[in-house]
Design a protein around this ligand. Structure first.
Ligand SMILES: [Fe+2]
Length: 454
């Protein structure tokens, strides 16, 4: 439990102040009312916000007690990066080694790779300690887990058997270096080695993506039934489920929707029962009738089979970026799924000796990099100036979204990029704010009106 002293460093205090101000603004509480609500001597709230008095744990508890907000709503993220990146060296990774037993026998060796408080990556290097002589999913030596919430992109090195279970049926896929697999939450799985004399390990890149954080906390309060009811089920007609949900949300009758969309009421009924699929023109009419974008009527589907999507290295797409004469990277696509449009998993070979324009990349995604092979491999990045580090095998790196980065030298990198909380909806909303809105959204410590009047 934090003590009564100042919470965090100066940067954290500034973010705390912005959250406190923004909460008070939302509740329409000018400073003197905030002082009263929180039981503070007159003038204190203003000093907390302008940084002349530290924001302490008791202040936050008082705010979360007096106001209809959660403590977590008042707590900012802790930025644990150094110049926008975190670099976790192979030696630190080795030092985190843990042998985990299954059924009383060593089954896996786990090692941490880089993690940051800013990204939902929970990536582990895992060595298989159980060797099998067959590819039978029923082999009694195979120890299954119960599945887990986090999505998992697995990258294989060596003779690894991947076991997975879906709807009670167990299967095994023999894999080799460069193969990858994407798995859906809560599906039980396991890994073994086919050869005790060869290195056999995986990079198990688990991540929460959209599922962890606020949605999980909200559903924990709404309950299991709500989680069942709110799920769009792929075994039903997805668009019909979306349409029905929007109809309920907007208190519309099918007849009213038909009238607004200029469609025959019987057609709308058929659509709501999933008996027909609308052509694009009809979708546009429905969207206009519902006063939503067509995007809200585009079901998101998965290309997984039995809960997984496999990409064998042998038939993976491979391409170069940055022009044919001076390509910057050779990229090999790894497993992925349209259910996760903002996830990118690739195996990348840098090709340039020095970072040029073609080598610099930037993305809205959080970025995880694991060094599979190193040969003069260097990472350059921009964070209020250029920085460069040499990377060795087993090193891993986390990069914040939007940080310009370039990889050079030779070597081979496993890169996983995932979307953060600034999802497409938020990006559209940011763009539609009134002038100056984006800056205030990030750090507003001002009252929502001027005391002097205007
Ligand atoms: Fe797993």
């Amino acid at each position: 439990m934090p003590d009564a002293d100042m919470l965090g460093d100066h940067a954290v205090q500034m973010r705390l102040a912005a959250l406190l101000r923004s909460t008070a603004n939302d509740l329409k509480r000018p400073d003197e009312y905030a002082d009263t609500d929180l039981g503070l001597p007159p003038g204190t709230f203003a000093r907390l916000i302008n940084g002349t008095e530290p924001i302490t744990w008791p202040v936050l508890v008082a705010a979360a007690t007096a106001w209809p907000v959660n403590l977590r709503d008042l707590l900012p993220l802790q930025d644990d990066t150094d110049r926008d990146v975190r670099i976790f060296r192979a030696a630190e990774s080795a030092a985190s080694s843990r042998i985990l037993d299954r059924a009383g026998r060593p089954y896996y060796e786990y090692r941490d790779t880089v993690m940051s408080r800013l990204g939902s990556f929970r990536p582990e290097w895992i060595r298989m300690l159980c060797t099998v002589a067959d590819n039978e999913p029923g082999n009694p030596a195979v120890q299954w887990n119960r599945g887990h919430l986090l999505y998992q992109l697995t990258y294989v090195v060596g003779p690894v058997n991947y076991y997975y279970s879906w709807d009670g049926t167990r299967r095994c896929i023999p894999m080799r270096t460069g193969d990858s697999v994407f798995g859906l939450p809560y599906a039980p799985h396991s890994f073994t080695s086919r050869d005790a004399d060869e290195p056999a390990y995986i990079l198990a890149l688990t991540y929460g993506g959209d599922l962890t954080g606020d949605p999980q906390r909200e559903l924990a309060v709404l309950g299991e039934q709500a989680a069942h009811d709110l799920a769009y089920h792929p075994d039903g007609h997805l668009l019909a489920q979306q349409l029905t949900s929007l109809l309920h949300a907007k208190l519309l009758s099918p007849a009213e929707l038909a009238d607004r969309a200029g469609l025959d009421p019987r057609r709308v009924e058929a659509l709501l029962f999933g008996k027909v699929s609308p052509p694009p023109t009809e979708l546009a009419q429905l969207a206009a009738g519902l006063r939503v974008n067509v995007r809200e009527l585009m079901p998101v589907t998965s290309a997984t089979t039995q809960g997984i999507s496999v990409q064998f290295a042998a038939d993976a797409r491979r391409w170069r970026t940055g022009g044919d004469d001076a390509a910057a990277y050779e990229v090999t696509e790894l497993a992925g799924d349209p259910l996760h449009p903002h996830t990118t998993a690739v195996d990348v070979r840098p090709l340039l000796p020095e970072p040029n324009d073609a080598a610099w990349t930037r993305t809205y995604q959080h970025q995880y990099v694991y060094v599979l092979e190193a040969d003069g491999t260097r990472m350059s990045w921009d964070s209020g100036g250029r920085h460069q580090v040499e990377l060795q095998v087993g090193d891993s790196v986390y990069l914040k979204p939007q940080v310009p980065v370039a990889f050079t030298g030779n070597g081979r990198l496993l890169i996983l990029r995932i979307g953060g909380a600034v999802r497409a909806d938020v990006r559209f909303a940011l763009g539609h704010m009134a002038s100056g809105g984006q800056d205030r959204y990030v750090r507003d410590t001002q009252l929502w009106y001027s005391n002097e009047g205007k």
